[in-house]
Design a protein around this ligand. Sequence first.
Ligand code: HEC
Length: 203
Amino acid sequence: MRFVSIPALGVMLLATGIALTPYIGTAAPPKKSPEKTPPEIIASREAAQQFGAALKEALQHAIDNGGPANGISVCHDKAGQIAAEFSQQKGILIGRTSLKTRNPNNAPDNWELAVLKQFEARKDQGEPADSLEFAAVIEDDQGKKTFRYMKAIPTAALCVKCHGESIEAEVEGKLKELYPNDQARGFKEGDLRGAFTLAAPVP
Ligand code: HEC
């Protein structure tokens, strides 16, 4: 995911006076103590959930009205647009990434790569795929701090039409044309397809 600075978020974080530092390098607190969950994690969870719902709705609508091949257009043309709209609206940069990407623009950076691997390991240890999340404040060489949050995206039945092991010919043809380096296939229901990834500068 590419980084752009969104001033609005700085204002939002300042306004709520959130102390982010105690969560550096630690997983988000467990759900059973919601009163202790920091507000920026609750906000990130909500933003990821709404972004995911908007994508799924657009996708389902397109598939209902023209099959999976039609759905590809929505993913191709609208996923980025919906992400940009949400980023603007929420004041937090939001996107999707994966260990196996279809669109190379969604390739993970080093931090995202580490978190995606951590999600796979946690899933292998029995954590439910749909509750995997991670948050941290990271600092670059110049001391610039960024709040980052990721939430796992499990593969549902709908997803394997375009990300599964056997893909129907019409869909396959369209995918080949648009994504010559597509790696986002071979997934089974229940696998981790990827993650939502959110980032915001910390003032
Ligand atoms: C109609 C075909 C289609 C279906 C169904 C579909 N996807 Fe995709 N998916 C795509 C396309 C096309 C892209 C590339 C979008 C782009 O260019 O940014 C993509 C990209 C993604 C990405 C971003 C990472 C990457 O690989 O570039 C994730 C995550 C993802 N899909 C998850 C899912 C999940 C979860 C489902 C099921 C709820 C699903 N997809 C269903 C076609 C589909």
